[in-house]
Design a protein. Structure first.
Length: 96
């Protein structure tokens, strides 16, 4: 059975992802804070941004979990097929 290729996440990629997330969240936060509107409208936009961020994390986790489950299912199916192929003897009289 072959093992799937693991693509390691480098430290630079991780730092870039965290930095871009922090910078974008800071930019939206500053935009909401300095927008010329009342506190109720700012609060509504802030809650909308927080909901968007939390739902984005949830969606990313669901996509990752589905992908991992698909990889596990594929590996189990491949292992079962490999076992059947190795145990099959085409010259056995009961298989003819």
């Amino acid at each position: 059975m072959t093992t799937p290729v693991q693509r390691p996440t480098t430290a630079a990629f991780f730092v870039q992802a965290v930095a871009s997330f922090a910078l974008s969240l800071l930019a939206v936060g500053l935009g909401v804070a300095y927008m010329p509107m009342g506190p109720w409208e700012r609060g509504f936009l802030a809650i909308g941004v927080l909901f968007l961020v939390s739902s984005t994390f949830t969606l990313a986790k669901c996509v990752r979990d589905r992908q991992e489950m698909q990889e596990v299912t594929t590996r189990v199916d491949k292992a079962r097929l490999d076992k059947l192929i190795t145990e099959h003897d085409p010259f056995d009289p009961k298989n003819l």
